[in-house]
Design a protein around this ligand. Sequence first.
Ligand code: ATP
Length: 240
Amino acid sequence: PAGATMLQIRGVHTFYGQIEALKGIDMDVRQGEIVTLIGANGAGKSTLLMTICGTPAAREGQVIFEGQDITKLPTFQIMRLGIAQSPEGRRIFARMTVMENLQMGAITADESKFGEDLERIFTLFPILKKRQSQRGGTLSGGEQQMLAIGRALMSRPRLLLLDEPSLGLAPLIVRQIFEVIRDINRTQGMTVFLVEQNAYHALRLAHRGYVMVNGQITMSGSGRELLANTEVRAAYLEGG
Ligand code: ATP
């Protein structure tokens, strides 16, 4: 897809106290794309997703969403503009039921569309329909991940941010989750920005990708180019 640029990240530096976690990041996500960011543990991938959502905000540089500078906006306002995040470790509400979790995701959405949105999520993840009155904390890892993505989708975002959706899941479940991401992108035109350590699946899924090392982008290209790249293969694919 060669849509308009939806998200622009320009010269972004993010700090935790004195620690500079992001050291001048530039990247773009265009409308309708799946973009993947890969990188080792601690490279700064989660920090970039959090910076897009405003917590912690960038100390320098700009985050622009659909032409609007959102760098310094509070997180709830950024969510209202049409960005949703499914955070790492899933962080669903363990003591709430599946249905209550999905309701929480819908909190910024149009109430009259709730039933319709719910059906859409249940079509994507039929298991959630079966589990709707079960507490989140009692779901399997894969089901929790599906719930986290479903919850993010309930706000009808135009940009979906996913932090390591494959983390800790069995290969078969990983494949299912990635298929749903591809499906949401193809059928709903959802723009997806995905952070992953599982480079193989994530790059196969992506239209474009970026590689992050130590708080900086070191490489970018189409998913296919990065998959074929010798350095990428050596660092993120072989034996991994
Ligand atoms: P992982 O895949 O392990 O989550 P990551 O690429 O997402 O790694 P980040 O979690 O963004 O990396 O971390 C980037 C750097 O910032 C690391 O050096 C990390 O130790 C540091 N960092 C992250 N969160 C904090 C925090 N709350 N306070 C201080 N330093 C932090």
